[in-house]
Design a protein. Structure first.
Lengths: 517, 314
């Protein structure tokens, strides 16, 4: 019996349900549509992860950003189609040569400490991110920034030393949020922003309490309070919302989504992508320095079966990591279908005898579904005659061995929120990219990416990023595996569940949600 | 007596130093560091090097050791590298949270086990004895996480009596704190209760066969008085000693139960510190757990003498 058949039969035999239906949608209870929003109430959110350092400029974890989305505001923001829109800046101008940006601030923005937003706050925030001593995660956005000037109380001018065309898009990331002048040292423990909710209290690892900020510039939220309870054990989290102890949870356990969706007492929202995952080769370790070998490995994988087996159907295969609604996505690409004979032929062409290969596949237990995926892929690799052994690593060990020391042959990882093409492709696939842990060095690809970040033509950027995706696919620099679905479950009384998930697919905002009694 | 206490305290300090030095060496030998964890997959070589420098991770090991020892002795534990919180406050807060859980588990175990053990002994080889021994065997054989899952299912999911997860600071809301601690305390206490039940049973059986018990009965004392006033008082000493010694074990063993119930106490904190290679926090947590274990041993030893004046200290 083929492994694929075995997996499918195994899942069915164990009583599991393969979800092949709509991968994106909301099942809202009937009464949700009715009623007028009303103010009041506490939303208890069972959060799937522990939040870390609360300093918005320093924090790199998706979990902390998910919470701080409610506390902070960036200068510009994005809409559902990733078009840059005004936010704290009511408008802005870009000079003809793309070297000067002038931002005109709203005059009705108040921080949680009662101070009104001024140009000095923007200057302070951007300079803090640019300062290497801050260890800000978005410091690279400001590398080509020559000066940040407060022209007057409500006008800020940013001068670039050279063109960096993604600048406007990059400052929409929450990591570039505007904080009050001088508040940097205390942000980690007492975040102060201009968001819809203000920080009240945190017991590390247990909960964070936020309360409504009545002076929020878009108008006050409906909820009085948000209590973010950090419940990392998925089943306990699910029990919490089923028993009404929690109002809402994110990340329903993958193997339970199908069952929860049938529950008459819960609302469920699923969407994709929450994140995307890829299989990685170390390009400096033979035989993975040969594109034919990498392509052969790609051909050994049945991505659809992998999504069913590892994600319980909660995802879709994709040949590119660009978000489905991104204008930069290359829609001509198609996932390579599993073809073990062609894979063997490619290995032969590359002069590699499958039986001579003995490869260690390092996978982190931080994402249990990655371990399952690795086990499934291992079986396919072995079907093609390649001996692959798995090494399961804690997140800390994976980061040290794979990410930092690049000591691996084969691995896999996933990313959240990388919708902006320069951040995504330059960092991950450029020879000098910060996230290029696979030792990829491809002059053609570098050329596309260098040109794209300095191009002032939107059409040209679209073309270049599509070319870049084609190149990554043709060279099989990595194998893009899937988009994983995000999911929320909520009690019937919570209204506005469709307003919660932000365009980046990861952050959650509760400004428009309310509780019906 | 005083010299005995002083000797034990000196031994305690020496043992703590050895434990901490071994912990320091082990945590520094294993691969990985906290800077990598802090930056995660948003790190690059430059930011990583800057952060490692800022956290003092590039200093030679002996320099780090001396710096750490100085801080530990003077009580300046500094901030957790990973969580950016003062370690002293963090450990204190989590210690209080865990204490509620552990003390409750101990009370549940002692209060339930002594009557069960007495009943089993008084009804030796009858159905009550068989039932109690069977329950005790099941209690000992199954791990605490199994009981945890079962209790969540029954008391939280089905009956909806108690919260399935989380913890509340007893200083803020004592009732809620106790409600949140009850299920994990039950899960933690079942194994100990089973163990103490068996101990009580055998101690009672031994005591009930003593001559003075026979004499009491011959004198016509009521069976209830013989059992509870004379036999139990003598049998319960070793049981309470074992229960006291378990206090230290419970503090060290709460990691699984705390993780299961998302009960964010000292066990949970230690686990997080280990996962994140947060060396100062690991050391502080281990120090506190080791100190509790040794102090509880010392206190039990001293109490044992109070309970049984025949015991002499060398």
């Amino acid at each position: 019996m083929k492994r694929r058949t075995f997996i499918k039969r195994g899942l069915l035999a164990s009583g599991s349900v393969l979800v092949l239906g709509d991968l994106e949608g909301t099942r809202v209870l009937a009464q949700d549509a009715s009623g007028t929003p009303k103010q009041g109430g506490t939303l208890t959110w069972g959060h799937s992860e522990t939040t870390q350092n609360l300093d918005i400029h320093q924090t790199g974890t998706a979990s902390t950003l998910r919470l701080l989305q409610n506390v902070h505001e960036p200068l510009l923001t994005i809409d559902d189609h990733f078009h840059v829109q005004p936010n704290l800046a009511a408008s802005w101008e870009r000079s003809q040569d793309w070297l000067t940006y002038t931002f005109h601030l709203r005059n009705d923005v108040v921080f949680h400490n009662g101070k009104k937003l001024t140009a000095a706050d923007v200057k302070y925030s951007f300079e803090r991110i640019k300062d290497p001593k801050t260890s800000a995660v978005s410091f690279d956005v400001f590398e080509d920034v020559a000066a940040i000037d407060a022209v007057d109380d409500h006008t800020v001018r940013v001068t670039m030393s050279k063109v960096y065309s993604p600048f406007e898009a990059r400052i929409t990331y929450l990591n570039c949020a505007i904080i009050p002048q001088g508040s940097g040292d205390t942000q980690g423990k007492q975040p102060i922003g201009a968001g819809a909710f203000e920080f009240v209290q945190r017991e590390f690892g247990n909960f964070t309490r936020l309360k409504r900020f009545d002076n929020y510039f878009r108008g006050p939220a409906y909820l009085d309070e948000i209590v973010e309870r950090e419940v990392t054990e998925a089943t306990v989290r699910l029990t919490g919302v089923q028993t009404g102890q929690m109002t809402l949870i994110n990340d329903i356990p993958l193997d339970r989504i199908a069952q929860v969706e049938k529950s008459p007492n819960l609302q469920v929202k699923t969407w994709h992508p929450l994140s995307w995952a890829f299989l990685n080769f170390n390009h400096k370790v033979p035989p993975f320095d040969d594109p034919d070998v990498r392509k052969a490995f790609d051909l050994m994988i049945d991505k659809q079966a992998l999504v069913q087996g590892a994600l319980w159907g909660q995802g879709v295969p994709t040949p590119t990591p660009s978000f489905p609604n991104s204008p930069y996505r290359n829609n001509d690409l198609e996932v390579r279908k599993q073809d073990l004979n062609q894979a063997k032929a490619l290995l032969q062409k590359a002069g590699v005898r499958p039986a001579s290969l003995s490869i260690k596949f390092k996978v982190t237990t931080n994402y249990p579904w990655h371990v399952q995926a690795a086990q499934i892929m291992q079986a396919w690799f072995q079907q093609a005659g390649v001996n692959v052994s798995l090494e399961q690593l804690t997140w800390s060990d994976w980061l040290s061995q794979v990410w930092k020391d690049k000591n691996f042959s084969l691995t896999m990882v996933n990313f959240f929120t990388l919708w902006e093409p320069d951040f995504l492709y330059y960092n991950i696939w450029h020879t000098g990219g910060s996230f290029n842990f696979r030792n990829i060095s491809d002059a053609t690809l570098d050329g596309y990416l260098d040109q794209a970040r300095q191009s002032t033509s939107e059409d040209q950027r679209v073309t270049l990023y599509r070319e870049a995706q084609q190149r990554i696919f043709d060279q099989a620099h990595d194998v893009i595996l899937w988009y994983r679905n995000g999911s929320l479950a909520a009690v019937p009384a919570l209204r506005g569940i469709d307003t919660i998930v932000q365009p980046n697919g990861s952050n959650l905002a509760f400004w428009r949600t309310w509780l019906a009694t | 007596m005083l010299s005995y206490i002083l000797k034990r305290l000196l031994l305690l300090v020496l043992t703590l130093w050895i434990v901490l030095t071994v912990t320091f060496l082990l945590t520094n030998v294993v691969p990985g560091n906290v800077a990598v964890m802090i930056l995660g997959t948003r790190s690059n070589p430059e930011t990583l090097a800057a952060l490692e420098q800022r956290l003092g991770l590039n200093d030679p090991l002996p320099v780090q050791y001396v710096r750490w020892l100085g801080k530990t002795v003077s009580g300046r534990w500094g901030d957790s590298l990973r969580f950016d919180q003062p370690i002293g406050a963090l450990v204190r807060q989590k210690l209080v949270t865990s204490s509620v859980l552990v003390v409750m588990a101990l009370i549940i175990a002692v209060v339930a086990s002594i009557p069960l053990g007495v009943i089993a002994a008084r009804r030796q080889n009858r159905w009550q004895d068989t039932a109690t021994s069977g329950v005790a065997l099941v209690g000992i054989s199954l791990p605490d996480f199994f009981w945890g899952i079962l209790f969540i299912l029954v008391f939280s999911r089905w009956l909806r009596w108690l919260p399935s997860s989380g913890s509340v600071d007893p200083g803020q809301d004592l009732v809620q704190s106790l409600r949140h601690a009850l299920l994990p305390a039950l899960a933690l206490g079942v194994g100990l209760m089973a163990h103490l039940t068996r101990m009580t049973r055998s101690a009672m059986l031994e005591t009930l066969s003593k001559d003075y018990v026979r004499v009491s009965r011959a004198k016509g004392l009521a069976e209830r008085k013989v059992t509870y006033k004379h036999a139990l008082r003598n049998a319960v000493g070793p049981v309470l000693t074992v229960a006291g010694l378990q206090l230290g074990y419970l503090f060290g063993g709460v990691i699984v139960v705390e993780s299961l119930f998302n009960y964010t106490g000292l066990g949970w904190l230690t686990y997080q510190a280990l996962l994140n290679r947060d060396v100062p926090l690991i050391q502080a947590s281990v120090l506190v757990i080791a100190a509790i274990f040794m102090l509880s041993n010392l206190i039990v030893d001293l109490l044992y003498r109070a309970l049984d004046p025949r015991i002499e200290y060398g």
